[in-house]
Design a protein. Sequence first.
Lengths: 165, 368, 469
Amino acid sequence: MSTMSTVSTELGILTRFEVLSACLLALLPCVGCGKTAESVPSKVSQVGTTEVTAVLEEVRGEFVNRANYDYAFVMKYKVKAVHRGSVEGDTIYVAHYNPQKARSSAADARVPDIGGNVTRFRPGDVHRIALEAPIDDYYMGGIINRYFDEYKGVIYWAVWTDDAQ
Amino acid sequence: MTRTRLPQLGLVLVLLLAICAVGLIQVVAETTGAATPQLLDLFRRTPTAAGLRAYETDLEQNSWCGNRIRVATQLAAFVTFRDLGAKALIGRDGWLFYRPGLEYVLEPCDGLAEAAAAIVAFRDALAERGIKLLVVPAPEKPSIYPERLGLFAQGLKKPMATHTTRLIETLRNNGVECTDLFSTFAGASGKPLYLVQDTHWAPGGMRLAAETVARRLAELGWVSPGQAVYDLKPVNLLRQGDIVEMVQNPAIAERFEPEPIVCEQVIDAEQTPYKDAAESPVLVLGDSFLRIYERDEPGAAGFVAHLARELRMPLASIINDGGGSTLVRQELYRKPELLKGKRVVVWEFAERDIRFGVEGWQRVPLPE
Amino acid sequence: MVFTSQIFLFYFLPLVLGIYYALPKSSEWRNFFLLGASYIFYGWWNPWFVLLMLFATAVNYTGGWMISRAPHGSARRKWALAGSVAVSLGTLGFFKYFMFFESNLNTVLSWVDGPTLAVLQVTLPVGISFYIFQSMTYAIDIYRGDAPPARSFADFACFVSLFPQLVAGPIVRYNTIAAQLVQRDHTLERFSSGSALFILGCAKKILLANVVGGIADSAFESEAPGVIDAWFGVAAYAFQIYFDFSAYSDMAIGLGRMLGFEFLRNFDSPYRSASITEFWRRWHISLSTFLRDYLYIPLGGNRRGERRTYINLAIVMLLGGLWHGANWTFVAWGGYHGALLAFERWRGKRGIVNFLPRPAQIASTFVLILFSWVLFRSPGLVDAGRYFGAMFGLNGGGAIAPLLAAELYSPGHLVLMGLCAALAFQPVQAYDLANEVTWPKTVALASLFAATVAAMFTQSFNPFLYFQF
């Protein structure tokens, strides 16, 4: 029994360690929640010719992930507000370049001028987006458009995408 | 504490520290970077199977520790075993191969019928408008240089009997005109037709392909030579191969010297580099095999420019990286002006796209 | 969740361990917490699957409750058992075999020019074969008097869903764990031994199984492998399935120990077997003993004469094969093993080449096992036939074989295959190594874990092979 209790004591050390870790994990996000990204004015209002706030309605299928090329991926949005320029209707189709990556790291040598603070694309998210159209005037590369069969209108090019949750 | 318990405690602490550290570091990195910790995403919406998969993928791709450790691990694997990971393979004399290109040659290919059907449908749609189609599958490196893969592959009969040969046969049986670059390349001698560290052809291979296509167009009587006069201007450049870039590891990339390449830029009488002309009767569609040297350095020295020189006329082109199967035709749909006045469409695609083409081989209508 | 994924290793596991040990020491509290954690673990694949598991749990708990309430030998007791077993097997049958049955029925109908049925697409819930079998043992063990009824539904649900062994075994029988659900010891010795086993399992999966799995994939997916390539490929698969499946068992047992549980050993150097009979005493022990105790012996075992013994063996192995998956390849795999077992029994449980020295017997048994893995790995019987053809040079050598060779025999692959062979054929396996933790082992295991985690970051999603069963 004495061995057992010694061992239990040792496990007790671990217990506190583990609990501390768990608490830290739980607390740190709260610290993060207090921060805002507002200290630097976003480029979303400075780039592109159109600026909207829209709900990401659908991300159709999986992103294409190829080692050799990055693609732009068309997503369906419901427009909530138009801040600059104009859009056709309240449903728009927007192509985001390299959508697996956070917007802050999505740009590359071929597509240098995109950005934003959105880290991932999930249906239901609300984004403030600076847009250009038509896409082929601003982007030369593969476009994954899973709406091709049902929608033949304008595809917007997302220049800057910020979270507007 | 007895001597037996100390190592036990040590091991437990090592394990717990390791498994706790990654998550903690991630949260700290995200909070100090003014981002909302990704962990919280889990509680933002109703969990579904797809949502959870996506969440997990995000977590892995954005792992602060993972992204840093991965670089070192890949380098260690490369230094120890000459292993370049899942995407690339090192052959003899420093030749690099893109693994999906090799897999295309080695493994069964289910997409032949689908590809053939899409090509035939495209040919038919063009024919309705009086436009001819010439299909040009670009050979993969392993098809042309299998012996560069390793000692085992010495003495192989070239070109490799790949699925592409079967596709070309099927297309020809359906009356689709195809250019067989495999035979042309297999019979060529001299400098390598492909780059050592890249998936694409070398300037010599590209030029041979352009000459072959031009000759075929002339034989068919589809294009009459134009009046334009183009000249060639040699340009030396250094190129980091795309296979090296695909490894996505700067530490490994540093160990590959950029490849010296001698290109021939196509220039007109005013010494200006070649430029496309949208109103040309010939439209060239294709992927990165067209882009290399043309839109990349040095510019106007790729397949399109050299084909234009052979045909003595400027051409129209749509180049869609990695999109030779479907995306390039969707782009054509968005650019109806490029089809106006066309008599011939030359459609190039990398042969591996027969199986691995992005978005498969969809039927894409011609623009209105 | 997959043990060798970041979400499990760096988020789920530390949180579960932290909260588990922070809870009061009462097993009821901890079991209840484990139940919730296990449902999250399982629901991570698809939250709806949890409802199915809850259904199987409720059915067998109710069956066990009715059995325990009914007098011994009463019809009610038998009906309760029959009911819970029938519902469990019916559930398994529907989710795992319905599509197989329908597509085969359509094949038969097409032979007689009959109308074919639209095949209902049924999603196979991950790990269903394991937890259905486990939950069935509850009612059976109570019926046989081998275990007492569970203290509460939560305890029983915790047993069924216990995340360490939920998805790919070992198959834990209720009677082996009933007492631990009520009272288990959490000692540093057990925790450290569990940690060691978990690290070794992780390393086997990430550093060995995933890499040699790539070799096997290349060979099996090739259109025309050469003779040596085909043998090399199936040997790689033999190592992959062993290091993958035994790794999962090691991690499961290791995690169990961290939480105070002790599960039975599932592998015992199976490739050192000198006969197929011995192989089945060393491979997936929890399945072979399950089939022995819950199927072979109830069928009469070897007590009803020689012929019946062979028939029983064949039935057990065919069903054992089918348990692995709804495909004729698994039936053929089971039939092949059943035939070999029957043959060896006929020879007095001696291997086919028992006249040779033991190393030669081990080698020849390994070759026999390789043939069975061709059946196991191939997507269909035609593919298996094609692969057998390649192993014996009947496919014309394969014009592209030299290209495959260039991919297969890289320096890294050759080193890994050599290492796998050395580890698989030596007697001391992870389970034995983890029994005692010393300083040298601690240092070695820490280094191994660092290497494993580093390698894990470079690998894409790679679930365990046995998840599909």
